[in-house]
Design a protein around this ligand. Structure first.
Ligand code: GFB
Length: 348
């Protein structure tokens, strides 16, 4: 079997690479980055699928970023993601792929809603104002998956996984565009080096559920292999809602790794974005109780800081490689996966 991982050179693509559980599989995994194929271009996408002839696809390619990139690049978030998703679904159908797992994010759910959020609540209202273009582009991806599944029941089976905030090695650590954990790891590192304050954006009050990239990699592989489609092909991937943590506490865990807690302060001139998006993982635990995310936030942050320090002089996105407007799941192009994939990443 050929498993094609689109956006495979990024955070989640490497999470899949680093997962021990499925390493024994006889399948051939192809990790594609935007330097292998421009998925915003229909012809390029078809040519690439014709060449690779994938049996199954894991679709991670997206134009993504943290809160501040979403606030500053609304048009790209909508247009680039819509183009990619349209071409990927068309190609999976045209080249008779038998199963495609697409990756969304819990920011797609309504902002004004009951908590915890579950898979049935997707269209109960608009997403948060800070990221609606990205959220609607991802909602349209789930609409596309449903439409193909209903019109071509014997065709490619499309499934959508919906992770909470993901973090880990091989992330984008760009100071402006990155998500909160990689951005703060980079900022705290620079602050300590320069003997300056470690500045956290906003009030630190918002709450998030974080899941480690290797755990998400395993969960996605499990869905690819074992998920039996039901009426609603959506499944939230998350730790339990009791693991929800404030941004201030996350920042403290990062500062602790640098022994720089006393120099932490908040810059209230920055936006807080969505206050919370508490997700319910009951559908997952009911279906797959044996495969649960195992990495707690303390351990995950310690491993990500360790990876950052070990690789800061080689190619880390957003640190010493220019973050181009690529679509590899917020990665820069090419050789980021050449970083040393050490097995010690697998066990805490
Ligand atoms: O991870 P993040 O950028 O995304 O930000 P969201 C989370 C929170 O961290 C916000 C605070 O409340 C920020 O104010 N924060 C503090 C920081 N310091 C920093 C910093 O230096 N950088 C960043 N980025 N945040 C995204 C969506 O929302 O979640 C995306 O916009 C995607 O589309 C992603 O869904 C998973 O969790 O707010």
């Amino acid at each position: 079997m050929i498993i094609l991982v689109l956006g495979g050179s990024g955070l989640v693509g490497n999470g899949i690479r680093m997962d021990c559980y499925y390493k024994t599989t006889p399948d051939e995994y192809i990790y594609a980055s935007s330097s292998d194929c421009d998925l915003t271009n229909e012809e390029n996408t078809y040519t690439y699928f014709e060449t690779v002839k994938p049996d199954k696809v894991i679709h991670l390619a997206a134009y993504v970023g943290g809160l501040y990139r979403n606030l500053n690049e609304k048009v790209q978030m909508l247009n680039v993601n819509t183009a990619i998703n349209t071409n990927v679904l068309k190609a999976c159908h045209k080249y008779k792929v038998n199963r495609c797992v697409c990756c969304l994010s819990t920011c797609i759910f309504p902002d004004k809603t009951e908590y915890p959020i579950n898979e049935e609540m997707l269209n109960d209202g608009p997403p948060h104002s800070s990221n609606y273009p990205y959220a609607y582009a991802k909602r349209m991806l789930s609409v596309g998956c449903q439409a193909y599944n209903e019109q071509y029941p014997d065709g490619c089976q499309f499934i959508c996984v919906i992770p909470t905030n993901i973090y880990g090695p091989y992330d984008n650590f760009d100071l402006e565009n990155a998500h909160v954990i990689p951005a703060l790891i980079h900022k705290c590192h620079l602050a300590k080096e320069a003997n300056k304050d470690f500045v956290v954006c906003g009030t630190g009050k918002p709450l998030r559920q974080f899941v480690f990239s290797v755990d998400i990699g395993r969960m996605i592989l499990h869905v690819l292999e074992n998920y039996i489609p039901d009426t609603n092909n959506l499944i939230i991937l998350s730790l339990d809602e009791s693991t929800e943590i404030s941004i201030a506490d996350v920042a403290r865990l990062i500062a602790k790794e640098y022994n720089w807690e006393d120099r932490m302060r908040f810059d209230l001139s920055f936006a807080d974005g969505q206050y919370k998006k508490t997700a319910d993982n009951k559908k997952w635990t009911n279906l797959f109780s044996t495969i649960n995310p195992i990495t707690n936030i303390e351990c995950g942050i310690r491993r990500t800081v360790k990876w950052f320090l070990e690789n800061k002089n080689s190619s880390i996105r957003g640190v010493n490689t220019v973050v181009e407007n690529t679509t590899d799941g917020n990665t820069t192009d090419g050789n980021t996966t050449d970083g040393n994939i050490t097995d010690d990443i697998c066990c805490c």
